[in-house]
Design a protein around this ligand. Structure first.
Ligand SMILES: Nc1ncnc2c1ncn2[C@@H]1O[C@H](COP(=O)(O)OP(=O)(O)OP(=O)(O)O)[C@@H](O)[C@H]1O
Length: 711
């Protein structure tokens, strides 16, 4: 059946337009000129919507494909299919049918004209069917088609769409969401968790008291470690600097202390990007080092640090293979691990989370660290956000509260108690106190996160009055002002990219021998470190305030300071890898700098992962882009001494609260906001992102309707 292969591939590639072309070509006349027996009217309408820019070509192509597979496909199915594909493009994993029927404007976020066209088409879809539009009637219409699988009743014959309750899925996303739900349920235990046996409990208590000095208020870090002892999945969320890695390091010490044979404890550290993995390793090593010093040799944490080795990207950990979608490690070839710590889990998309859960042996512990309020992955799904739905409220049941009291001496206030709390809540902890982010930048991030427009405005105004060097806002600015900022920084935060450009001329004389090699590597490190202090982050790629225009303009501006941006490859070109290339050891999101090698003028891209420096000849790098300006999405997992967030005139739903929050929290010491239009920040703050998924419903039927999973 053409459908199965094509539909599987339809959402498997990297390039939507490419996929649309394939689908259009393969579905032949259905998409070009519908045959008379196809629901041509609906398809023609969809083509108009594609032309109007409300749908992608891919969205129309999916409907055309279904019409070809099932010439009897009702118009409502074709409309749902196009909407489903469209929503996938916006990060939703499925289509909430009830919401589509009652509030299409909330789901589709189209212009008024588009919504009117949708309403008319939807009403038209029911005319002549003999049915009145209702959720049940829609479900019946959908499942009557051979292209839709109703999970409860129909056998799997490779139908492109799957209906589960009120959610319609693309086959692939249904599989991933179901796999994640099943694995999470298993890891959280179907029944209330068993208490630790008395010996283990006493030992845990002694160690937890040693690792966390007594406090007068709830020690959520200690609570997180205590919960992790009991379960195979622990989700630790918190804003920047709340001690997620600090807690994870203490958890490792605790697990080492509890292990029957500490020398055999197998631990791996991973993150979605190379940069985030390197930061995780650094933070864990430093936390374990400090801890070791305070433990009087009770635990050999140095040996553990060495044994853990480098933190890896999830792709590398799972064994990504060139040209293969499947990883080397899966349920049949599991990772040989006892503990896996994954940082920056908000960036882990649904498919990757499914792969991680599949490859981890059932007995191993998975600890997810991340900030639930950050932007979700570019790809569909908001797994961490979904998993953390109850993180703020806590919702700990009696068994959990008793466990925390007995194992950690943590007495939870009543506001966090809920005897009907779901299983997952018993495995989730939110860290609530930031140690690194208390100043003006932290306050701004908090106000943005709370959607508090007035507080954001007041904060920017008072900080400007106080001439606080940490925060500056240039509203309604000109691109020239931005370029000058990029070159030289600003008062209170000098430097900009000029600082690394100044270092380019310090290259040691090329040559052979170890001293030259070492001097060269030192220079490369200094250049990379200087570059990493400053970054321009954009909301969008296109337009005068997008990454593409800035990546053309900034090197030209830097030419005044000595950069020579000639040709594709030039000394001092910062690059970001845009596709995983396991054979080369470079992964999507890695950032490097083009510089000559130690011996010759041949240019290489140099990457710094923590302490490790590596390089690749530029001729071998097929998928990179210039990285003076990067999208906020791509910046996740990184921090810069001075971060500049650039908001364009218009960016529709892209300009969200999460985007601004994520941008601000990339700044360590200085943050500059540049907005093309006054008011853009305030609008973004009031626009939280919403991603529909059915994960919570699958995890806990009856607890939440699918579309309720996010605000
Ligand atoms: N309980 C604590 N006592 C003392 N210092 C702490 C404690 N918790 C965290 N810190 C310190 O606060 C800083 C931030 O901690 P950490 O890096 O673990 O936070 P994080 O939440 O992982 O941050 P990020 O946003 O970078 O992921 C570190 O310097 C850490 O040593």
């Amino acid at each position: 059946m053409l459908s199965n292969d094509l539909t599987r591939s339809l959402f498997d590639g990297d390039d939507d337009e490419e996929r649309a072309d394939e689908a259009a070509a393969a579905s032949g006349p259905a998409s070009a000129a519908p045959a008379a027996d196809l629901p041509a009217g609906t398809l023609a309408l969809l083509r108009q919507w594609v032309a109007a820019g409300w749908l992608r070509r891919l969205d129309g192509a999916l409907a055309a494909l279904l019409a070809e597979l099932d010439p009897e496909a009702p118009p409502a199915l074709l409309l749902c299919a196009a909407a489903l594909a469209h929503l996938e493009g916006h990060g939703h994993t499925g289509l909430d049918l009830r919401e589509l029927m009652t509030q299409p404007s909330r789901l589709l976020a189209w212009p008024t004209e588009g919504l009117a066209a949708w309403d008319a088409a939807w009403d038209g879809a029911w005319q002549g069917t003999g049915a009145t539009a209702s959720l049940v009637a829609l479900q019946q219409q959908l499942t009557r088609s051979a292209t839709v699988r109703a999970t409860e009743t129909a056998p799997d014959t490779g139908q492109p769409l799957v209906l589960e309750g009120e959610m319609l899925y693309l086959r692939r996303y249904w599989h991933h969401e179901r796999a994640v739900a099943q694995a999470v349920r298993q890891r959280c235990g179907e029944e209330p968790a068993q208490a630790l046996e008395p010996g283990a409990l006493a030992q845990a208590r002694a160690w937890l008291d040693r690792l966390f000095p007594p406090r007068e208020w709830v020690d959520w870090q200690k609570a997180a470690c205590a919960l992790a002892l009991r379960g195979r999945l622990t989700v630790i969320t918190g804003g920047p600097g709340t001690g997620k890695t600090y807690t994870a390091a203490r958890l490792l010490a605790l697990l080492l202390a509890q292990a029957p044979d500490p020398t055999q404890l197998r631990v791996a550290l991973a993150a979605p990007t190379g940069k985030a993995a390197a930061r995780l390793k650094q933070a864990i090593d430093s936390a374990l080092g400090q801890l070791e010093a305070g433990l009087d040799g009770l635990l050999d944490l140095r040996e553990l640090t060495e044994r853990i080795g480098a933190a890896r990207t999830l792709h590398a950990l799972l064994g990504a293979r060139p040209d293969r979608r499947a990883f080397r490690h899966d349920a049949r070839h599991p990772l040989e691990l006892d503990v896996l710590i994954v940082d920056e889990a908000s960036m882990v998309h649904l498919e990757m989370m499914a792969a991680v859960l599949a490859a981890l042996p059932p007995g191993a512990r998975l600890v997810l660290l991340g900030d639930k309020d950050q932007l979700a992955s570019v790809e569909a799904g908001a797994v961490l956000g979904d998993l953390c739905r109850d993180a703020v409220a806590g919702r700990y049941d009696a068994a959990t509260r008793a466990h925390l009291a007995a194992s950690a001496g943590v007495q939870l206030p009543a506001e966090y108690a809920d005897d009907a709390g779901p299983r997952l809540a018993q495995h989730t902890v939110m860290l609530r106190e930031s140690r690194r982010f208390g100043g003006a930048i932290g306050q701004l991030a908090q106000a943005v996160n709370a959607g508090d427009r007035a507080a954001v405005q007041a904060l920017l105004a008072t900080r400007a009055q106080a001439e606080d060097p940490a925060i500056r806002a240039l509203q309604g600015g000109q691109p020239e002002a931005l370029l000058s900022l990029a070159c030289a920084g600003r008062d209170g935060a000098p430097g900009g990219y000029g600082a690394y450009v100044a270092l380019l001329k310090d290259r040691p004389a090329p040559g052979g021998g170890e001293p030259v090699q070492r001097a060269h590597e030192d220079w490369v490190r200094r250049v990379l470190t200087a570059f990493d202090r400053f970054r321009l982050l954009c909301a969008v790629r296109d337009g005068a305030w997008g990454t593409e225009a800035l990546n053309r303009a900034v090197p030209q501006a830097l030419a005044r300071l000595g950069l020579r941006p000639q040709g594709e490859w030039y000394v001092g070109r910062p690059v970001m890898v845009t596709r995983n290339d396991p054979a080369l050891g470079v992964f999507n999101g890695d950032i490097g700098m083009v510089l000559p090698g130690a011996r010759s003028e041949a240019l290489r891209a140099w990457f710094l992962d923590g302490e490790t420096l590596r390089s690749v000849g530029v001729g071998r790098l097929a998928h990179v882009e210039t990285a003076f300006a990067m999208t906020v999405h791509k910046s996740q997992g990184s921090e810069f001494w001075h971060t500049v967030l650039v908001l364009p005139e218009q960016a529709g739903s892209l300009l969200s609260r999460e985007l601004v929050y994520t941008g601000i929290t990339r700044a360590r010491e200085a943050f500059t906001l540049v907005t093309a239009r006054a008011g853009a920040l305030e609008e973004a703050v009031q626009q939280p992102t919403r991603r529909v998924s059915g994960l919570l419903r699958m995890l806990d039927p009856g607890a939440a309707r699918p579309g309720d999973s996010l605000p």
